[in-house]
Design a protein around this ligand. Structure first.
Ligand code: FDA
Length: 389
């Protein structure tokens, strides 16, 4: 294929850019991905012995209040009416999350109304009122009071970061949502659901265009193919959605990420936990949560005698690990600013997506950001035949 543009990365950001430019501008778009499959972290596949759809890189729930993104997504997939809810185990009991009136009344063995519950939490949070919390632990107590913080946040956060919250910066949390109703719907967005035929079918439909070609197992930094950095720069405009520090050969140092380890198991029972996601708030187990994938699609005809679960463990990423969540220390932010300057100076290359911008982006945000890049930067520049800036 003679391409007009190269997109590095076939996640939601890269595929949205590719689809729009192929469809709207009639360009020939080459997409490459270093992984053996399309779709970035939203990729899913059926577990072979059960047929149950498993989200390979952690559970993905689609939700958005952005009408444009919702309309765009619906061009490629229909959505189920799935509504996400999360529960958490603490001290031998199961509580609804995020913390709500149900959680509070169960925890304090009470029957408070909203105003009584608010007064109680205000009083408990008052322990550190007027102080300037210097670590996440004190911030947590100041936000929701010691009892709820220590039960539901402290150990879970310690497991997420593999660090005592006393040693984590207060800035890691700005607020801890507490709902003074019994509403335990996890997301507040206008639209929510799961793709009827799964994530991979949705992603494949985005790429299924006569002017889009996708090459897998193809790393931008590997010179063995025609679309490597050394061959393409200066020849083709590029939209790069890989890690920004890698692009510049880590010239300003590596940006910090947290990664996840997943332990998947097929169990010979029809239902293991009765719900899609169970958090484990205590420190007696090392994992943070268990996903049970059959519950994401109760409408499907899955086997009734088997189920697939996935335990999730969290830790700091080392070289070679999958980067999942930006750590975002002051040091990282300083480096990021330098990388942003370098990126601005790069002719005919635009950086996007969660890795290219070092930002946690939900799927709807990645799609929305890609649509904006197409409208505001790519279409005007490519129509005018000028370089990308
Ligand atoms: P993404 O990472 O998906 O794609 C980038 C692609 O670039 C990858 O395929 C990678 O292989 C490729 N690449 C990198 N370097 C390359 C190179 N050198 N050469 C070639 N290719 C290269 N969102 C949400 O809305 N609801 C949810 O429930 C969740 N859940 C969730 C759980 C976990 C654990 C994580 C980490 C993330 C989520 N997300 C989410 C976020 C979601 O995964 C995210 O919005 C998308 O992955 C963003 O898409 P991008 O295209 O930006 O990146």
């Amino acid at each position: 294929m003679n391409a007009d543009l190269l997109v590095v990365g076939s996640g939601f950001f890269g595929l949205t850019v590719a689809e729009r430019l192929a469809e709207e501008l009639g360009l020939r778009v080459q997409v490459i991905d270093r992984r053996p499959h399309i779709g970035g972290n939203a990729y899913s596949e059926d577990e072979p012995t059960t047929g149950i759809e498993v989200h390979r890189y952690g559970a993905h729930l689609f939700h958005t209040s952005n009408e444009r993104v919702w309309e765009y997504a619906n061009r490629f997939t229909a959505f189920t009416d799935y509504v996400h809810r999360v529960y958490t185990r603490h001290d031998g009991e199961v509580f609804p999350m995020p913390i709500n009136l149900g959680t509070i009344n169960q925890f304090f063995r009470a029957a408070y109304g909203p105003e009584e519950a608010k007064a109680l939490i205000r009083e408990q949070a008052g322990e550190l009122a007027g102080t300037d919390p210097q670590n996440l632990n004190d911030k947590g107590i100041q936000l929701i009071g010691r009892p709820l913080y220590e039960a539901f946040i402290k150990h879970y956060t310690a497991k997420q970061w593999q660090t005592d919250p006393m040693d984590l910066p207060a800035a890691v949390i700005s607020r801890l949502p507490v709902r003074y109703t019994y509403d335990n719907r996890y997301f507040n967005d206008t639209h929510e659901g799961l793709p009827v035929d799964g994530y991979t079918a949705w992603l494949e439909r985005m790429a299924d265009h006569p002017r889009i070609e996708v090459a897998l197992d193809t790393d931008f930094f590997d010179d063995a193919h025609a679309f490597s950095r050394s061959k393409v720069l200066g020849q083709l405009p590029v939209v790069y959605t890989g890690p920004v520090d890698r692009y510049f050969d880590f010239a300003e140092g590596e940006l910090g990420w947290r990664t996840l380890d997943f332990e998947q198991e097929v169990l010979q029972v029809g239902d293991f936990q009765g719900t899609p996601v169970m958090n484990y708030a205590d420190d007696d187990v090392a994992f943070t949560r268990i996903h049970e994938f059959r519950h994401f699609h109760p409408e499907r005809d899955y086997p009734t005698d088997k189920t697939v679960i996935m335990r999730e463990f969290s830790r700091f990423a080392e070289s070679g690990d999958e980067p999942y969540y930006p750590v975002n220390t002051a040091h990282d932010r300083e480096r990021l600013l330098k990388y942003r300057d370098l990126a601005k100076g790069e002719r005919d290359v635009l950086f996007g997506g969660r890795l290219g911008t070092y930002k946690y982006l939900d799927m709807h945000m990645a799609i929305g950001a890609a649509l904006s890049m197409v409208d505001n930067k790519l279409v005007p520049a490519l129509r005018a035949g000028s370089t990308l800036e």
